[in-house]
Design a protein around this ligand. Structure first.
Ligand code: PLP
Length: 400
């Protein structure tokens, strides 16, 4: 066959296709029910009702009250709002100006915390251990009497490791600090109940779970100190001004409902496929390993190190075969800097350059995985044969 044989998407951590059922649910709110939810006439009230039904449905799923959940423009906005706006108010009210974030947060948290550090806050960036986990005892070692906010993500977007949120939140609370989690990758994929976990704030994004891009959510427990990042008409309980994206909110709720409906089967299927990817690569190609292999990881997520190959070169060659994977987080994959996540777990720079993130999802089939496992070894062999240092550093090629 001439040209591309297949199209295989294996980058579900970067974004997901919008499920057709989600599109069907949202379309009427872009066409006939287009009213502004703040308008008092019938068309506006239709929008308002849809918005509030979406809010109630999402809030119920995470164990929150409807007025504890606000819609935002994306996960990045939710992270910015949580980190900046909670920290500032806690600093003013309680004179707590110390903030703790983990070193492998998404840049939406990390860069925001660094901004705070340039604006009269003190920042501790806590490294995970090699297993890709932030351990409660390590957090206990850095939380202080003047810590206002601790932010640790629910699951990492590059290596997929699931964090012990309940234990971490307990450590923060024992010192009187608040606890925020970036749950953008976790929501719908693992159990997530704000009361079971004891968290004060959490960030979400619809496009990681078969909803559209540009719709996010922020959970803020009742009485959590907060001031809005966006000021204006006072929408979203005066916490996030801006005319609400009703179609986006409806889509977010529908997407989450579908995630929950199929959660158990999908978790099992994607864990099986994830393990097949990892075992298939490490069992066939020498000098490869799976990052954070012994830790709890999101179903579908594998982060592999393939020594002697540049991640970008593998990505492009796989793309030639119709396969979409990533070398790290999508936002940093356009730079050639090694992933801050891999460096944070102690991965040497030269090894981090050979990383491949393979993330599977709803539309991944067994055949897709087998195709990937068939296509990758010759690519690795070719790239290694072109690397003059490979044999000297790592020994010979691909397992027979
Ligand atoms: N947080 C995490 C863990 C993510 O993976 C992402 C997206 O890559 C974000 C935040 C940002 O979300 P959004 O793309 O909706 O701004």
């Amino acid at each position: 066959m001439i040209g591309m044989e297949r199209s295989v998407y294996m980058d579900y951590a970067a974004t997901t296709p919008v499920d057709e059922r989600v599109v069907d649910a949202m379309l009427p709110y872009m066409s006939e029910h287009y009213g502004n939810p703040s308008s008092l006439y019938t068309l506006g009230r239709e929008g308002y009702r849809a918005l509030e039904a979406a809010r109630e449905s999402i809030a119920a799923t995470i164990g929150a009250a409807p007025n504890e959940f606000i819609f935002t423009g994306c996960g990045t906005e939710s992270d910015n709002a949580a980190v900046v706006c909670i920290s500032q108010v806690v600093a003013e009210r309680k004179n707590r100006r110390h903030v703790v974030v983990s070193a492998f947060e998404h840049h939406a948290v990390l860069r925001t915390a660094e901004w705070l550090a340039k604006n009269d806050f003190e920042l501790t960036v806590l490294k995970p251990r090699e297993d890709g986990i932030i351990h409660a005892e390590d957090l206990a070692g850095v939380v202080r009497d003047d810590t206002g906010l601790v932010s640790v993500m629910a699951a990492n977007n590059e290596i997929g490791t699931i964090q012990p949120l309940k234990d971490l939140a307990d450590v923060a609370h024992a010192k009187g600090a608040l606890f925020h989690t970036d749950a953008v990758q976790a929501l719908g994929k693992i159990p997530f109940d704000v009361n079971d976990l004891g968290i004060d704030a959490a960030s979400f994004s619809a496009h990681k779970m078969y909803g559209p891009k540009g719709v996010g959510g922020l959970y803020l427990r009742k009485n959590t100190p907060f001031r809005p990042l966006l000021m204006g008409g006072g929408q979203e309980f005066k916490k996030r001004s801006g005319t609400q994206n009703v179609a986006g909110a409806v889509a977010f709720a529908k997407a989450l409902e579908l995630m929950i409906e199929t959660h158990a089967e999908e978790a099992e299927r994607l864990t099986r496929l994830r393990d097949r990817v990892a075992d298939g690569v490490t069992g066939t190609i020498v000098n490869t390993r799976l990052n954070a292999s012994g830790s709890p990881r999101l179903p579908g997520y594998s982060n592999l190190i393939i020594l002697g190959c540049e991640g970008e070169a593998m990505l492009l060659q796989l793309d030639n075969k119709g396969i979409a994977v990533s070398t790290g987080s999508a936002c940093s994959s356009s730079s050639l800097e090694p992933s801050h996540v891999l460096l944070s777990i102690g991965c040497p720079v030269e090894e981090a350059h050979g990383s491949l993130r393979v993330t599977l999802g709803r539309f991944t089939t067994d055949e897709d995985v087998e195709y990937f496992l068939e296509v990758l070894p010759p690519i690795v062999e070719r790239l290694r044969s072109m690397n003059p240092l490979y044999d000297r550093m790592y020994g010979s090629g691909v397992k027979a």
